[in-house]
Structures are given as C-alpha cells and as structure tokens.
Design a protein around this ligand. Structure first.
Ligand SMILES: [Zn+2]
Length: 724
C-alpha cells in the first residue's frame, strides 16, 4: 500500500505540473476569450419555455451592450429537443427550442455564446435506469436532493459525468456550435460513498474512503488529491470532446477562488483560458470590497487571461430568495468594486420570467457606462507594487475545519488595513512565487501563511535577495506544506527570529510598549502616527520567539497579560520586557518585517486603528519607495491602478457608508474632496486626463514624473484616466 500511495502522490504531482500543457492556454489569434467585456446570463427555469419573452431578453442584451451570453442548455433540464436518452426535456418545451431561439438571437447580435449545463441533480428515471449514478452518503443511502426531494443528487466522479454528461456536452456543441460549455455545480455536492468512488479510490490509492475530516488523516489527504485529479481529468475530457467538434470552443468549469477554495488554483489557472468568479452578492458580515478580492484571487492564477465577475441582482443569504432584487446602490457598488479590480461584469438572472423589474435599469446604467469607456477598462496589467499572498495548502492542511478563523481572517484583516491605507495591491498564490509572478511587486505580505515547503521558503529568500521586501505575521512558515509543524520557522533566517517552542493561543489584557529608537530621539518609522502613544493593545495569539543574533532597539516589546478582574487587580505586574513583538530588518536590498502575533486576525476582529497603522506602516517601510498612487482625503476608498495599451487608470470606489461592512447599501454618501497624485510609469508624460464618472477634465499639475489633481467628490466610483 505504501508503494501505491507514493506512486499516487508522485502521479498527482506530475499531473499538477503538466496541467498547463494538456490544453493550449495561451490565446491564439482567433480565440474569442478576450473579446467580451460584458456578460449576460439568463438561467432558465423549467417552465420558462412557455412563458419567457424572447424578444424582451434579446432587446435587453442589446440595450446593455452585452457582448457575450451564457444560456441554459442542459444537464438537470434540457431546454432544447435533446436526443440523449434520459436527458430530461423541460415539460414545457413542447415542439420548441428555447435554448436554440436564444442562441440564434444572440448570434444576430454578434455575441459570444456559451451554454450552461448543470449536472448536479437528476430525475427519477435516471435513478431507475442507473442507480449507480446517484451520490451516496456516509451511511450508504442514495442522496435525495436537499432542496427538491423528488430529484436525486448525482455523483460527480463516476459515469454520470464521465459518460452521460459527455454525451450531453457533445450534443449541445454539435447542434449549436456554441463557443463553450460552462458547468455549474459540476464538482459534486460533498463527499460521495458510491460504488464507483469506493472502487476507483481504492484502486488509485489503496485506501478506503475516509470517514474523518482531519486534514492530517492519510486517507483524507489522498482523497482530496484524488478528487482533484479526477475533476481535472473530467475537465480535460469535456474540453477535448468540445474542441473535437469546435476547435475554437472550450470547457469552462464554475470553479476557483481564494484560500478556502478546493481545487488547486495554480493548476486551474494553467488549464483555463478564461474563468468566471462566481460570488454573486454579499451575505452575512461581508465587506463590500469582497467582490474586488475575488478579482485579485483569480488573477493571481490567471494572470492576463480574462476573468468575468458574476454578480446576481438578488439577495444571497442562506435562505436563497432567488427571485429577489437588491437595492440599486448595493448592486452598483458590488459590481463597481469588481470592475475596479479587473473583473469583466457578468450579471446573472435566474428565471426568464420577471417577478421584480427594479434591477433592469441599474444593470443597464452600469453596462452603458462600461461600454462608453471600454477602452479604459481593457486592462493590460495592474500597477500595484504590493501583494498579499494566499495559500490553499495553509487553509486545508494547517487550518482544516478552522481555516476561516485560523487562515482567512488573517487575510481579511490585512486586506481591510490595505484598503484603509489606500495602497493598491494584488494577491499572489503561494505556489506561484517564481520571479515571473512576484518580481513586479516590491512587497509580499504573508498573513499567517503557516504551511510552506522548503522550496517555497527558498523562493521567498531568493525574492528578498533580488531586492524584494517581506511582511509576515504569526505562524508564517512554522509548518511544512503538509501542515506538519517544523522545529523552527522555515523563514527564521529572514525573520531574524527563531521559534521558542510555545504559542499563547489566547492572551487576555496584554499590551505592546512602543520603544524609542537608538539615541532615544526618534522612533522607528513603523510607529508613525503613534507619536503620542506609549503603549497600545496587543493581539490575541502570540508565537514565542528567540532573537537570532543582535537585535537592539526593537520598536515594540511585550507587556504580558495581567488580570482584567476584579478591577482592584488590574495593574501591570511587569511594566516592561525586552521581548520583541516585531522584527524589522534590512536584508541586502530588501526589508523584512515580522510580527510574531496575530495582528492581522485581531485587526479583523477588533479593528483597532493602532493595529491598522502598524499594518500600513509595515508595508510602507518595507516598500521604501514612492507609492504609485497616493490619495488623501476623508473616507474609505478601494484604490486600484491599471495600465492599458495607451493609458493608465486609477479607480476609486467609495466605500464610505454605514453599510460598508455589512450590506445592503441604502444610499451613497458623497466623499469630500480627494487629492490624487499618480506616478506615471516609465517617465511618460500625460497627454490628457479625464474623470470617467463625473465627467470633465480636471486641473492637473505635473511635476517629477507625477501628476496631481483634486477630485471634488466621489459618489460611488470615479476613474482617473490618463492618456499617455
Ligand atoms: Zn461517487
């Protein structure tokens, strides 16, 4: 078994490494992928064929200048006269062809058309003919659909997808010559214990299917790898069958995301010529910048390849009011933050029959503006100089079931601090730390990226040797790529600190002392903005460290926890220690800042402005250069900066709103004036400067390779467009 397992892991690694060569992912001249800038998705419901208004939808696509459409074709329900046995035709299809009519109409509008399939649910006749196609739960029961109990949940990794859905896919592409197939919920609905999964997993790995969720369980790990391998196999199968019929078409899975997503984004990015970030709206306590974060996460793996940003017009809470409509302001701000972060807008509407028409004008306005200024929205590259690293292996193998709190909350905290600091930034995938992916950045931030291999640590070291700077927090590099704790940080040499064997998981009432610099005259720039403070609150969790070599004058030292009750006991037992709570160093031409505590996670929980300043100052000090764009003025803005072929743009999304951290936004609050200074790339001069939202040509001062201007007010969004 050990041999089988080793071989399996080796094979998996080989597959991951060669994923990019299986399908041509570099755009060919006749590829359509980069053409569409605005997507329209109409997801039909089963009774639409008798009800929906074809002319209305085609007219709406034209009015919104949508240049691509995603239309429901088959899978759970076929909206065309399918001949594939067991492919369930809509009961209301009759002699018609709802999908075909829409395709023909969109083609007349010169739109790219991709067909949507959804294989996750099947009807009773499928169950009766092929009970083995149905997913099985841990107790061995075939799974009824959780929302529609007369349907059955299908197994994604067996013959239902590999055989039946392959026939469906081929039929749709042959009949309609669509440009691609986009599958929703194609990757299964949780763990499946069916006969195919049991047998295939055993054959591949020697293990029985795991019944634990512990990420350190060998069978569990093997299953996660095997499942991905199987899904990549399915992706390649569908893609190659599609291309045999239409070489310009491709398969596009609905997949991807950040640290918590389950398919390796490095391999996804290599395989996909185009992807769509499916984060339809806010739910729960979600900040409005979360849509922009999607764009950054996908781009980390996709690079210059196009990414659509799917936004829904409805409410996205667990109660799934799929026929609802959000406020106009919420729809706008969500879509605009995606656009500002490089996503090409994609509206999705479920049901061709409208129950609430309030969203129509909102989307038409956004798309109309987007169409008018398309030239300035066709980005070539982001000009951010800072990047936040994310790590799926850290989330899965170190975070496990607590990944949200142990991993993602660190990222969210640092993300929020960068937004408030108005520092444009990108995200970087931890398996893409090679020079071609990181050397555009001056600073890489590692927000508790705990699980890193020796190779990854070496890449980070080499990045610093080439002049890059690093900011890291908490347990970064204390675990290997499998989530197993190391005796010392993989990056101990870079941090100038070693692990001292202990972790305080929860500190109560602990503080940080702000120390004078050498000569007592001046504090370290890390403490800028805190001149009037002697001490500030500490975080919640702390790694014990030992200083490696001399480290005089640490800017922050620990004041240990002391009782917080009864009040008579609340006085510091130790007023001062020499235990550093930040390590700041120059390493060659690079700079390194390491916080051995959970400053970013605590920031997400507590939002202490003092911590926000430290997080900002760490990046500014590490960057040690003039920022590409500086925006001053009151309010919270998401600031991004882009290069197009002949221009540079700076997007400013106004997040200043009582509902910024939990929607929905009711109204926009206009900002006071903002001073903007933009460093022009490569010493270029500005030919023309425009404000693309409020309109007009601002008064511009140009000096030292930079331009400065004042934006009187931003309602929801502004774009400074600079022709070079
Ligand atoms: Zn199965």
């Amino acid at each position: 078994m050990a041999n089988t397992r080793r071989e399996f892991i080796r094979n998996t690694a080989a597959i991951a490494l060669t994923a990019g060569t299986v399908t041509a992912s570099s755009p060919e001249p006749d590829d359509w992928f980069d053409r569409p800038m605005r997507w329209a998705q109409l997801t039909l419901v089963e009774d639409d064929p008798r009800k929906y208004d074809l002319a209305f939808w085609l007219d709406y696509f034209a009015r919104t200048h949508s240049d691509a459409a995603c239309l429901s074709a088959g899978g759970c329900v076929a909206y065309y006269p399918t001949k594939v046995p067991l492919h369930h035709r809509s009961k209301w299809l009759g002699d018609g062809d709802a999908f075909g009519d829409l395709v023909a109409g969109c083609r007349k509008l010169n739109m790219v058309v991709i067909a949507r399939t959804d294989p996750h649910a099947a009807h009773q006749d499928v169950y009766d003919a092929h009970p083995d196609w149905i997913a099985v739960d841990a107790q061995g029961r075939k799974r009824r659909h959780w929302a529609t109990p007369e349907l059955w949940v299908t197994c994604a990794l067996g013959p239902y997808n590999f055989e039946f859905m392959t026939e469906v896919t081929k039929e749709i592409v042959s009949r309609y010559k669509v440009d691609g197939i986009f599958s929703n919920r194609w990757a299964g609905s949780g763990m499946c214990y069916c006969e195919h999964c049991s047998k295939n997993f055993k054959t591949a790995t020697g293990f029985d299917l795991p019944r634990t969720s512990s990420p350190q369980d060998a069978a569990r790990f093997a299953h996660s790898e095997w499942r991905q391998q199987r899904l990549f196999e399915l992706w390649r199968l569908w893609d190659s069958e599609i291309r045999k019929i239409n070489p310009r078409a491709c398969y596009i899975p609905n997949t991807g995301g950040g640290a918590l997503s389950d398919m390796d984004m490095k391999a996804v990015g290599e395989l996909a010529p185009i992807l769509f970030a499916d984060r339809q709206a806010r739910r729960g306590l979600m900040p409005v910048w979360a849509n922009g974060k999607n764009g950054k996460e996908y781009r980390a793996a996709m690079g210059r390849k196009p990414i659509g940003g799917i936004f829904s017009v409805g409410v996205e809470e667990p109660y799934r009011w799929k026929d609802s409509v959000q406020t106009a302001a919420e729809i706008r701000l969500w879509a605009l933050d995606g656009i500002a972060n490089g996503l090409r807008p994609w509206f999705t509407k479920f049901s061709g029959t409208l129950h609430d028409r309030r969203w129509l004008k909102v989307v038409e306005d956004i798309y109309g503006w987007h169409h008018r200024h398309e030239r300035y929205l066709r980005n070539e590259e982001p000009l951010a100089r800072v990047a936040l690293v994310y790590s799926q292996q850290t989330a899965h193998l170190y975070g496990g079931e607590r990944a949200r709190e142990k991993v993602e909350d660190h990222t969210l905290g640092y993300y929020q601090a960068l937004i408030e600091a108005r520092i444009p930034f990108e995200m970087v995938h931890d398996r893409l730390l090679d020079p071609s992916h990181v050397d555009a950045f001056r600073v890489l931030i590692f927000p508790n990226i705990a699980a890193l291999s020796d190779r990854q640590c070496q890449q980070i070291l080499e990045y610093v040797q080439r002049g890059g700077s690093v900011v890291a927090t908490h347990e970064t590099s204390l675990y290997n790529e499998r989530g197993v704790r190391r005796p010392d940080f993989g990056l101990a040499g870079l941090f100038g600190a070693s692990f001292d064997g202990r972790l305080d998981a929860r500190m109560q009432n602990s503080y940080l002392r702000l120390e004078p610099g050498p000569g007592a005259a001046e504090r370290h720039p890390l403490l800028a903005g805190l001149e009037d403070a002697e001490r500030i609150i500490n975080g919640v969790s702390r790694v014990h460290t030992r200083t490696r070599g001399a480290y005089p004058n640490p800017p922050l030292t620990l004041i240990p926890s002391y009782p917080d009750l009864p009040m008579e006991e609340v006085y510091p037992r130790v007023p001062k220690t020499d235990i550093p709570e930040v390590f700041v160093r120059q390493v060659g031409r690079g700079r390194v800042v390491y916080f051995p505590w959970d400053i970013d996670r605590t920031y997400w929980e507590v939002l202490s402005p003092d911590h926000g300043k430290l997080l900002r100052n760490a990046v500014v000090w590490a960057a040690n250069e003039v920022q590409p764009v500086v925006v001053t003025g009151a309010g919270m803005l998401d600031v991004t900066m882009w290069r197009q072929k002949e221009s540079v743009t700076v997007h400013l999304v106004n997040l200043t709103n009582p509902m910024a951290m939990k929607g929905p936004v009711r109204e926009f609050i206009p900002t006071p004036p903002q001073q903007v200074t933009v460093r022009l790339p490569g010493g270029r001069r500005a030919k023309k400067v425009q404000l693309l939202v409020s309109g007009g040509t601002p008064t511009v001062r140009e000096a030292n390779g930079s331009i400065s201007l004042t934006i009187p007010s931003i309602l929801d969004h502004e774009v400074v467009a600079i022709d070079l």
